[in-house]
Design a protein around this ligand. Structure first.
Ligand code: CUA
Length: 326
């Protein structure tokens, strides 16, 4: 299983999420104090009324002079309205400054990653001026700690929303309206992200693995991802590749270095190195991978990947091959 940290906006791992958490705590304490004050005054009012009735039934029935009560009440209510408006205004200013801090001046040297939302998975592409250096992967984002990252977000079908709570706030992916968001990870860790806008049957299972790692570890990962798929090193792996290339897998998937070049589904060039499969839903183990290949719709109803019939020998060979794609 993946060792992802608890998914929480209050456990920030980036400058942006730290600003959001800070604002959240200000709102929390201000509203908590107001709630406590209201509760106390309500309690006092109830107590006073309760006490009046049995002790002195006359007084409970005969009201105080109406005019005096009314003018006092008007003053108190007016004062409270002014205080409420001032508090809301102060919170609004805090909100404004937080927004400003999050959308700070873009860094031209930022690492650019294009993220495309699909029903129901994330396509992740590390941009590079040289087309041969572009890395395409799925449902797993690695970033170096301390470096600004620019996410170029887009959707090809319906509205999705990119959200890794420990890193930054939500950002909608609207078809036809590419957008960007920025963040700088401040500590290493593995976090979970997920789609935050209802996008159909498997919306709740449209997740991703987010890895913030030291710059060295990140560049090792990226250079491994840039390589084409490794050549099979055993007969079984070789047979597995034949099974892959002869089956309907090639209608949707790419494996760099082979003739499989379709882009309907996730790029599988380094599937063996990923922590999870099925858009962050299942651990990347041999058993889950086998189940996914044979009958993905049974695991995620509505998923675009069709069931696949194959012999046990073919399946084992295919698994050997896919697991070797590190
Ligand atoms: Cu994609 Cu919800």
């Amino acid at each position: 299983m993946s060792a992802a940290e608890f998914q929480s906006a209050l456990n920030p791992a980036a400058s942006e999420s730290a600003h959001i958490a800070h604002l959240w705590w200000i709102f929390f304490w201000v509203t908590l104090v107001i709630f406590a004050l209201v509760a106390v005054f309500l309690f006092i009012a109830i107590l006073r009324n309760l006490r009046r009735v049995p002790d002195d039934p006359e007084r409970a029935i005969i009201p105080e002079p109406a005019q005096a009560t009314e003018s006092r009440a008007t003053k108190v209510v007016s004062a409270l309205v002014v205080i409420t408006v001032l508090i809301l205004f102060a919170l609004l200013i805090g909100d404004f400054f937080t927004g400003n801090a999050i959308y700070a001046t873009p860094d031209p040297k930022a690492l650019a990653i294009k993220v495309t939302g699909h029903q129901w998975w994330w396509e992740v592409q590390y941009q590079d001026p040289q087309p041969s250096e572009i890395v395409t992967t799925a449902n797993e984002i690695h970033v170096p700690v301390g470096k600004a990252v620019k996410l170029e977000l887009q959707s090809t079908d319906v509205i999705h929303s990119f959200w890794v709570p420990n890193i930054n706030g939500k950002k909608d992916l609207v078809p036809g309206h590419p957008t960007t968001t920025w963040f700088t990870a401040r500590r290493a860790g593995e976090f979970r992200g997920q789609c935050a806008e209802y996008c159909g049957e498997q919306h709740a299972h449209m997740r991703m693995v987010f890895v913030a790692e030291p710059p060295d570890a990140f560049s090792n990962w990226l250079s491994a991802q840039k390589k084409p798929a490794p050549e099979p090193s055993s007969d079984s792996q070789r047979r597995g590749r034949e099974v892959f290339l002869a089956s309907q897998c090639v209608m949707c998937h790419t494996i760099q270095g082979t003739k499989a070049r379709a882009t309907l589904g996730p790029d599988l060039t380094h599937i063996g190195a990923r922590k999870m499969i099925a858009a962050g839903e299942l651990p990347n183990t041999r058993g889950y991978l086998a189940g996914w290949i044979l009958n993905a719709p049974a695991l995620k109803p509505g998923v675009r990947m069709p069931p696949n019939q194959m012999s046990a020998d073919d399946l084992n060979a295919l698994l050997d091959y896919l697991e070797s794609l590190k």
